[in-house]
Design a binder for this molecule. Structure first.
Ligand code: SF4
Length: 123
């Protein structure tokens, strides 16, 4: 029985934490959305599309940032657009890839794109 009690306490704690979590506004997250990037190759660069927090289900949402309200440029779109970005960006290395043709690019080790680079790697 103590096992079940422990599991119930853990589940109740998780629900409590979930209820306390409040998403950031677009302004708090410094979210920005430029229409000129809407047709960009979203597999490259800093876009919500490549961010681990972006959820495409039901039209562009983010686990951290509320889709309602204005962005830092005053634009209100009521979605977290795939071509948007904010300061909480965290790369999803399974989505990022180099799409240049072999002749247009230097040889690139695409597996290296999946390695997380930190400031400790910068000399
Ligand atoms: S870049 Fe910011 S707004 Fe976009 S999905 Fe990631 S955390 Fe959300």
């Amino acid at each position: 029985m103590p096992d079940i009690e422990q599991k119930i306490k853990e589940a109740a704690g998780a629900m409590d934490n979930l209820a306390k979590f409040k998403k950031r506004t677009k302004l708090q997250a410094s979210y920005v959305e430029y229409d000129k990037f809407a047709d960009s190759n979203l597999h490259e660069g800093y876009f919500c599309y490549n961010c681990i927090y972006w959820v495409n289900a039901s039209g562009g949402k983010c686990m951290l940032v509320d889709e309602n309200g204005p962005d830092v440029r005053g634009k209100t779109s009521d979605v977290i657009a795939p071509h948007g970005c904010c300061t909480a960006y965290e790369a999803n290395y399974d989505k990022l890839h180099d799409t240049r043709t072999p002749s247009a690019s230097v040889p690139v080790d695409t597996e290296k794109n999946k390695e997380k680079v930190t400031t400790a790697d910068v000399v």
